[in-house]
Design a binder for this molecule. Structure first.
Ligand code: PLP
Ligand code: COI
Length: 341
């Protein structure tokens, strides 16, 4: 298989059109069998549920070339389960989990020429998504839906790779109490756009969102969960009903406990505590673990002792162990690595 002529080492996190995508349609109460197609465009009613009332959700995962040359994805069953939860919350039909995993595998295999080589630092990002495609004008769920999976080769989510980030405490919320923060609905990202553009304009890499009800507890950023390390090497990660259950974060909790022998606390984290932590990282599929060096709260700077030049030592061990598992250098827990070919 000849790879595409792409400068893998210098890819950013952007969209590059690849050859094939999977498309299935839901009509009259059932999914059709779907197909891999070449057309990257979508034609739907001007009154489609997604266009009028944002009835859409998505997933994100990565395909990698492992050290021994296999193409794999990481825990796609958890993406399938989370998409099911998103669909149920948005009154959308579930695309069966087994079929989700097969569609992801088929789309990756069909775009093998775009799967970055081992050691290149790049990966193939896989984006499954679904939207209401039939017309709705009164506020109600659509009758027809499209499920698609496309891929795009990507480099690091944050420019500068593993350089520590500067983030700010946001005055905007990304989720409401009892809202949709715990699912991967497009609407959560639409409402974060104003805040992220404003953050970037003011020189910050991301927003730290606090809990929308009391603004006293740490939630997450626009695209990643938080992981903190205490001065005595405990890993602490916020627990909340309004954050996305990150697959990376859940995997890192296992890595911390089972591979590194660290104590882990999954609990509410008061913003007041943040100044006492030794390390902070953002974890997600796109972010992997991106270290945070500074958190700015309305002019008041919290500088993490790990500094602005390197990842903290525990964050680094977590990063190296997780990416080692993903790339096949370290033995993975049962069921974590899904081999495509
Ligand atoms: N939180 C938000 C809001 C996200 O968009 C993502 C990305 O998917 C994450 C957390 C990380 O989740 P995961 O590790 O499953 O990619
Ligand atoms: C991911 O990490 O897969 C995401 O979906 C985050 C997104 C904001 C790019």
């Amino acid at each position: 298989m000849e790879k595409k002529n792409i400068d893998w080492a210098n890819l950013g996190f952007g969209y590059v059109e690849t050859d094939k995508r999977f498309v299935a349609n839901y009509k009259d109460g059932a999914w059709d069998k779907g197909a891999l197609i070449s057309d990257s465009t979508v034609a739907i009613s001007e009154c489609a549920g997604v266009l009028q009332y944002a009835q859409t959700c998505f997933e994100g995962l990565k395909a990698y070339t492992t050290e021994d040359g296999h193409i794999v994805t990481f825990r796609p069953d958890l993406n399938a389960a989370r998409m099911k939860a998103s669909c149920e919350r948005l009154e959308m039909p579930v695309f069966p989990e087994e079929r989700f995993i097969q569609a992801v595998s088929d789309t990756v295999a069909a775009n093998e020429a775009y799967v970055p080589p081992y050691g290149s630092g790049a990966t193939l990002y896989v984006r499954p998504f679904m939207f209401g495609s039939s017309a709705v004008i009164g506020v109600s769920p659509a009758d027809e839906y499209q499920f698609r999976v496309f891929t795009t080769p990507v480099g690091p989510y944050f420019k500068g790779g593993v350089k520590p980030l500067t983030i700010r405490v946001s005055d905007f919320d990304r989720a409401a109490p009892h809202g949709t923060g715990h699912i991967k609905a497009g609407l959560n990202y639409a409402m974060s756009l104003y805040a992220i553009v404003d953050a970037h304009q003011k020189g910050f890499d991301e927003n730290m969102y606090l809990d929308p009800a009391t603004r006293t507890k740490v939630e997450e950023t626009g695209g990643a969960n938080f992981l903190f390390v205490t001065r005595d090497n405990k890993v602490v990660t916020p627990k909340s009903d309004s954050i996305l259950p990150s697959i990376t974060r859940r995997s890192l909790v296992t890595v911390a406990k089972e591979y590194l022998g660290l104590e882990v606390e999954e609990r509410e984290v008061a913003f007041e505590e943040v100044k006492d932590f030794a390390e902070c990282g953002l974890c997600g599929t796109a972010a992997v673990i991106s270290p945070v060096g500074k958190i700015v709260d309305h002019g008041n700077e919290i500088c993490l002792p790990s500094g602005m030049t390197e990842m903290g030592p525990v964050t680094k061990k977590l990063y190296e162990t997780l990416t080692g598992i993903q790339m096949g250098r370290i033995e993975a827990p049962e069921g974590w690595i899904h081999v495509i070919k």
